[in-house]
Design a protein around this ligand. Structure first.
Ligand code: CTP
Length: 390
């Protein structure tokens, strides 16, 4: 972190030496005051994006239209963004376009919360135009200016406020909270990929109980009906839960994710559906190594975790881990016999697949050893039966 700050200061100096204002801004300044490590440093400057590009050797125009140039220094990446004021907010989302400004104040006033609107210059002086330092002391999240306006500009900020509560264990200032409650329905207008990303971040924060309490207090289950059951179950608990478990718990037992509504990646979508399916399997069947062969251990543990925590169901974690540890094969490729070996034994080649399936199950259940000779004699007997049937 020290190194990252050192090179960040080098960027501020280069900009200052060329006559531009430049500051550390946003989450980094907030976290530094709170003694929390940041992963990245954002810089705001009066220099225009093309001027930033010309001052540094190694840059990428990552968001030039919005004023952001990424500057690389010694393996660190810094987002250097020109002071800007947001022009128009459409559909309660981020602005379509921005105007660049020469004044730091314009840039700070457009931000969401006072604790996120602090700037720090190269000398270490903090610029605090909205009482952010005091709010950090009071441990409160307070919108800048009119909270309703802030949330109408970008409703995702409602979820961001929850994230900061979960990260910092701050409370939400009353007017800000009232506006969050009033405006929470606007979240339905935000593209779900942004919601998914923010929910994922929220669920990774340490102060779970506070987060779940806010989900309930703000009636987010009314906005996201697929999550309503999960939100209710989480109330008054502090259990960690992954994003995929959160959705599986919301959908269980009879709802399905609509791909038109929730823009998950295909693999995420399938993991959510599988956790839900596995909850049913764990509830209704005695699990065997065949289940472990067919499903991933991690998803099975995720499903087991939900059943134990939210449905008071018997914990099967040890059993799952044990079955997985002793799994004899993990794929049909691990079988010591192939389709080619079986083909001469059958009259109808369609039966090769059937025999392999049976062999997989029998190996998994310990009915036959995974040795070529044993599998071959087992396959011959199976083939005889099938040949007779045909
Ligand atoms: N910001 C905002 N409204 C948003 C998103 C961001 O006003 N919807 C502003 C805030 O001032 C924020 C800054 O842009 O501090 C940078 O946002 P981001 O990179 O998302 O960082 P933070 O979320 O604040 O902090 P962290 O680095 O902990 O994620």
């Amino acid at each position: 972190m020290k190194e990252m700050i050192k090179y960040g200061k080098k960027i501020l100096k280069t900009l200052n030496d060329s006559g531009y204002e430049a500051y550390f801004v946003g989450g980094f300044v907030r976290d530094e005051i709170l003694n929390i490590e940041s992963n990245d440093i954002d810089i705001a400057t009066s220099a225009w994006p093309s001027q930033v590009e010309s001052l540094f050797e190694n840059t990428a125009a990552t968001g030039k239209k919005y004023g952001t140039i990424t500057v690389f220094m010694n393996d660190y990446a810094y987002e250097v963004t020109t002071f800007r004021f947001d022009k128009s907010y459409k559909n309660y989302r981020q602005p379509e376009s921005v105007d660049f400004s020469k004044k730091l104040e314009d840039d700070l006033i457009r931000r969401d919360f006072t604790i996120n609107a602090l700037a720090k210059d190269i000398e270490g002086q903090t610029i605090d135009l909205f009482n952010g330092m005091e709010d950090i002391k009071q441990r409160q999240i307070k919108a800048i200016d009119d909270p309703n306006k802030r949330f109408k500009e970008d409703a995702l900020r409602i979820l961001r406020a929850i994230r900061f509560v979960g990260k910092l264990n701050f409370h939400i200032e009353k007017n800000t909270f009232d506006a969050m409650k009033k405006d929470s329905h606007l979240l339905s207008k935000i593209p779900t990929e942004r919601i998914i990303k923010e929910l994922d971040l929220i669920l990774k924060q340490p102060y779970k109980e506070q987060i779940y309490h806010l989900f309930n207090d703000l009636h987010l289950g009314d906005v996201f009906s697929d999550l309503d059951r999960a939100i209710k179950k989480l109330n008054l608990t502090d259990y960690p839960i992954s994003l995929e478990q959160f959705f599986a718990l919301g959908l269980y037992p009879d709802k399905n994710l609509s791909p038109d509504e929730w823009r998950f990646s295909k693999s995420q979508m399938s993991r959510i559906e599988t956790i839900k399916e596995l909850m049913n399997i764990l509830l209704k069947q005695r699990i065997t190594s065949i289940h472990l062969y067919n499903y991933s251990k991690d998803l099975m543990l995720a499903a087991n975790d939900l059943l134990v925590k939210f449905f008071d169901y018997e914990d099967q974690e040890d059993k799952i881990i044990n079955l997985d540890r002793h799994l004899k094969i993990r794929s049909f490729k691990d079988l010591k016999i192939t389709g080619h070996d079986i083909l001469p034994l059958v009259k109808d080649e369609k039966n090769v697949g059937k025999i392999i399936e049976t062999l997989i199950e029998d190996v998994l259940l310990g009915k036959v050893e995974n040795r070529k000779e044993d599998l071959h004699s087992f396959a011959s007997r199976l083939a005889e039966d099938l040949n007779e049937e045909n």
